[in-house]
Structures are given as C-alpha cells and as structure tokens.
Ligand binder design. Structure first.
Ligand code: NAD
Ligand code: WQD
Length: 338
C-alpha cells in the first residue's frame, strides 16, 4: 500500500516506518521537524535499506499539505504529527488545539481532495481521564483532564464524524498507553529536546549520567509498592499495531477506538529495578511529592486489539529497558551526535 505518514520522523513514527518499509509498503513522510530530526529518517533508511519520500511541511499549512498528499495519492494515512506535552498544553493551549485539532481537520480535508478514505490516528489513553474502573476498556467514559487530552478527544470526535459522513471511509483510533523502549539496533529511539517529562527517558538519562537522580513522584499511592502504576508498551510492539490497523482499515468501514497496551501495570520502582538490570548499575532516586494530576494506576483492557487487529504485545519490561539502554548508551545525546 502507499502510506502517507504525518510526524514520521518522531519517536513512534520512526519505529513505525521501519515496520512499514520492512512489510513492503511505499511511504511518504510529512514532518516539520519541530520535535524531531531528519537524522532519524536517514537511520530508518539505513536500517531497512529502503527509500521513502520525505517532505518537510506543516499540517497547519492546508495548501502545502493538500498539494503533497494529492501528489502522493496514498491508500492510507497514519497520523502521528502533533504536540504531546501535557504540562506545556496548560501554558499554550491554543497551539495545541491548532496543531492537534485543526491540523487533523486539515488532514481529513486533504484526504477528501485526494480521495483517500483510510486513517490510523495516534490517540492516547489520556482521553479516559480519571479511572471509573480498571482496566480501561474502550467503552470507558471519555473525560480528559488537561488541554492535551482534550485535543486528542476532540480529534477522535472529528475523525469519527468524518468517517460517518464519508462513504467507504475507515478510521482506527489507536489509544496508546505508555510507549517506551527503542528499536533493537540502538539506531533510533526517543530523543526528548528538553528535560524529559516522562519516566523512561528520564531514567535513561540518569543511567547514562546526563542527570543526577530520578525524582519518584509519590510513594504513598494505593499500589503494590506505593509508586504509580502504568501500562508500558514497547514501541516496536506499538509499531506492529499500526501495521495491523492499516490492514484492518483496508477491509472494513467505520471508526473504531482500540487500546494499545500490554494489559499489565508496572510501578515506577519496578521499572527502575528493570532498568538497573538492563544497564548493570544502580539508578539514583529520591522520593518527591506527588505530581499534580497523576493517578495511582492506569492499564489497558486488550481484548479488542486481539479481536479486531489480531495483535497483542509480545515484548516485556526487560526488553523495553534493554532496548532503551542500548539506544541511550550508544547515542548519549540522541540524534544531536550526527
Ligand atoms: P514526537 O514528538 O516524537 O513525534 C511527533 C512528530 O510530529 C515529530 O516528528 C514532530 O516534528 C511532528 N510534528 C509536530 N507538529 C507538526 C506539524 N504541525 N506539522 C508536521 N509535523 C509536526 O511524538 P511521539 O511520541 O512520536 O508521538 C506521536 C503521536 O502519538 C503524537 O500525536 C502523540 O500525541 C501521540 N501519543 C504519544 C504518546 C507518547 O507517550 N509518546 C502517548 C500517546 C499518544
Ligand atoms: C509515569 C509514572 C509518574 C516522571 C503521560 C501523559 C500521557 C501519555 C503518556 C501522551 C507516573 C512517574 C514520571 C518522573 C516519576 N502521553 N514519574 N518521575 O503520566 O502516565 O502519561 O505520558 O499521550 O498523556 O500524561 O507518563 O511517563 O510521565 O509517568 O516518578 O520524573 O512515572 O508519576 O506514575 P504518564 P509518565
């Protein structure tokens, strides 16, 4: 298939490109590199020994987007491009709505112009908000608690309405839980531009000596060891879920939201212990106050992904940490080293 990938140079996008190219798909990447580097794309090409089209552009520029998408004439779109920092979304909400909601509307309009009817969208478990029960299944009420989460919930709604109104359209909303890890080669991985917001890249930077110690945000939650519990999903498993979602969209119509997680919660202390096994030395940490807005536990119900996509996570927390450590130790400054 011809697959148009917005935000393909980023963390999850680059790993998905490897899977797409390895499966023989023809790819065009559309990215403005606002949170990534074209070096990741060069490494994807090296890893797969496959070429792809790469266009520097912004999903907020509807004319440029439409021109590029129409010229490529894709069979399917995978839409990663967006802003993703929860804290920042409180400070600059309009930029989040502009990029994540208007950008998605632009993309759907461009798809209409190109008569492309299939989309796989990067949504997030954050759309569920406070858990009314666990595990989160796809029927759990939507109630995001921050602007970032609201942009994802709104984009889901827009895509759902587009799918209802467009004959033959098929949309898959993949609700990722906590993506971590890296490609096993150590050539691509997560490369945060600033102080990492998320646990795994922060732990990785402590392990490699870029930061002194991890602050664990609270050890008095109602969990096994008092620290927050999350459903970490290996980015390589996540990439495979996108492949399965494209195939699914190719023979169905309508719009489905599908969780992508392992179904298993891991606490902060358990993740730190796994990282210590991977890197072979202790990770310094201190216990800090709870982070505002955090919940005790979040993990996925995974039956729908198994039933509709025939997909399930295969890689465990040790594989997540080992791959993260290989990437971090071989690229201590991310893609900046090139
Ligand atoms: P990322 O920042 O590494 O990748 C996003 C890519 O989109 C980057 O390459 C960036 O340069 C590009 N981009 C941003 N704004 C753009 C614009 N206006 N036009 C064109 N390109 C633009 O993030 P990621 O972790 O790979 O996340 C990919 C998607 O998955 C995002 O939509 C994110 O919200 C969603 N998501 C991520 C997580 C996570 O924890 N990483 C969890 C759930 C959902
Ligand atoms: C995980 C656990 C923290 C950092 C976020 C977004 C969500 C989604 C994934 C995009 C929690 C603890 C963290 C640190 C810590 N992204 N922690 N010290 O909050 O589950 O989800 O990323 O869609 O929308 O909200 O992930 O990695 O930030 O935190 O103790 O320095 O690690 O308290 O228990 P979170 P996270």
């Amino acid at each position: 298939m011809k697959v148009f990938v917005t935000g393909g140079a980023g963390y999850i996008g680059s790993h998905t490109l490897v899977a797409l190219l390895a499966a023989g798909h023809e790819v065009c990447v559309f990215d403005n590199y606002s949170n990534s580097s074209p070096v990741s794309l060069a490494r994807v090409r090296q890893l797969t020994n496959r070429d792809m089209e790469m266009v520097e552009g912004d999903i907020c520029d509807i004319d440029g987007l439409t021109k590029t998408l129409t010229a490529f004439a894709p069979d399917a779109v995978v839409h990663f491009a967006g802003l993703k920092a929860v804290g920042e979304s409180n400070d600059i909400p309009l930029r989040y709505y502009q990029t994540n909601v208007t950008g998605t509307m632009n993309l759907l309009a461009a798809m209409d112009a190109a008569e492309c009817r299939r989309i796989v969208f990067s949504s997030s478990a954050t759309v569920y908000g406070e858990a009314q029960y666990l595990p989160f299944d796809e029927a759990h009420p939507i109630g995001p608690t921050n602007p970032y989460g609201r942009t994802k919930a709104m984009a889901e709604g827009v895509i759902g309405d587009w799918a209802s109104a467009t004959p033959g359209a098929s949309a898959v909303l993949l609700r990722y839980f906590n993506p971590v890890g890296a490609h096993e080669s150590g050539r691509i991985g997560e490369d945060p531009q600033d102080i990492p917001n998320n646990l795994m890249p922060f732990v990785a930077q402590v392990a490699v000596g870029r930061r002194d110690r991890l602050s664990i945000f609270g050890d008095d939650y109602d969990t096994r060891d008092g620290t927050g519990e999350r459903d970490y999903i290996h980015v390589v498993d996540l990439a495979a879920a996108h492949l399965a979602a494209i195939e699914y969209a190719a023979h169905t119509t309508g719009c489905e939201a599908i969780n992508v997680g392992t179904g298993q919660g891991i606490t902060v202390k358990e993740l730190v212990a796994a990282y210590e096994r991977a890197c072979g030395h202790p990770i310094a940490f201190e216990i800090a106050p709870r982070r505002p807005g955090d919940v005790a536990s979040s993990y996925a119900a995974t039956a729908k992904a198994r039933e509709l996509l025939d997909w399930r996570a295969a890689l465990d927390v040790d594989a997540m940490c080992a791959s993260s450590w290989r990437w971090q130790s071989e690229n201590p400054h991310g893609f900046d080293g090139d």
